[in-house]
Design a protein around this ligand. Sequence first.
Ligand SMILES: Nc1ncnc2c1ncn2[C@@H]1O[C@H](COP(=O)(O)OP(=O)(O)OP(=O)(O)O)[C@@H](O)[C@H]1O
Length: 344
Amino acid sequence: MKKKVMVGMSGGIDSSVTAYMLQEEGYEVEGVYLKLHNRTDGYHERNLGYIKDVAEFLGIKYHVLDLSDEFTQKVYDYFVDSYLEGSTPNPCVKCNRQIKFGAMLKFAKEHGASYLATGHYAKTDGKFFYEADDKTKDQSYFLSQVEKEALPFMMFPLSTHKKEEIIKFGEKLDKAYKRITEKNESQEICFVDTVYTDIIKKHANIDMPGKVLDEQGNVVGEHKGYMHYTIGKRRGFTVHGAHEPHFVTKLNPKDNTIVVGKKESLEINNVEIENLNMFIEDKEFDCTVKLRYRSKSTPCHVKIENDKGYITLEEPAFGVAAGQLAVFYKDEKVLGSGWIKNAK
Ligand SMILES: Nc1ncnc2c1ncn2[C@@H]1O[C@H](COP(=O)(O)OP(=O)(O)OP(=O)(O)O)[C@@H](O)[C@H]1O
């Protein structure tokens, strides 16, 4: 009997090709579309239109799973609250753990699927995640908080293929392919159409001018409201009499002040992390760490004690923000990750 694979279908080219490839490989494929937002602007109808075309072409069944309440609670509210608290969120990491490889995986298992496949660019052998071959598309950073129990059920068929092959496969989808590729490229964060402040504005007054402080606490300028800034930002505030660029080093939501300093004040050598998700048992090890998506990997030493991690960097990093994720790598293998609490 053919093994069943549930494919998370977004209506985009990557997940459509994922479904097609798995069918060609001989799996019984079913699709599932997650309704993640309560949008009423035709967004879901449009995506479901693309999915219907692909499903008809492949002759597969697809489901619609409404996870909007769970998504609001676990991803959207966390996103808004983080900015209110002066930290920088990573909603895709939360979504992968709780929604896509939490609730969607549960749904796949309940429907008799042996695997859940998505169009993510990453690899897994059931025990670890690895970077995708195409490093410019790699999404292993965003997957590193997924519970290790989920890994044996995950499949990422795109990760071993070149983009040209994916396009070739896509073209075979014919009419469905043409419609999918007519739509805009998907955004970085699925619920942010423009900039993050447009979302925060719906929940808080973000335009509250305040004082810019130097590292000694002296008032040196003005800003537009602390929620407009993230660590490392260098524009949108004034610093009287400054000749060199100044960067945001700290946000103080309590008194709506921001602290700025020169480039060297962004330098950090030690990072404390919490809520770790580790794929190895070691409590002390050497590896490399990414402190932001797309940042370069920095060699480091890690010590884990009482569910907290202490990272000593071998070379300084700049502009590390509380709330972002530190992801550990050994070459292409993801060893685990934790949320950044402090950096100094
Ligand atoms: N609303 C959704 N419902 C079901 N699965 C989804 C949904 N959104 C994303 N996914 C799955 O997660 C994968 C990665 O999501 P991401 O938003 O990074 O994809 P993408 O590169 O835009 O992919 P696609 O071209 O398939 O839209 C998708 O390829 C798809 O398999």
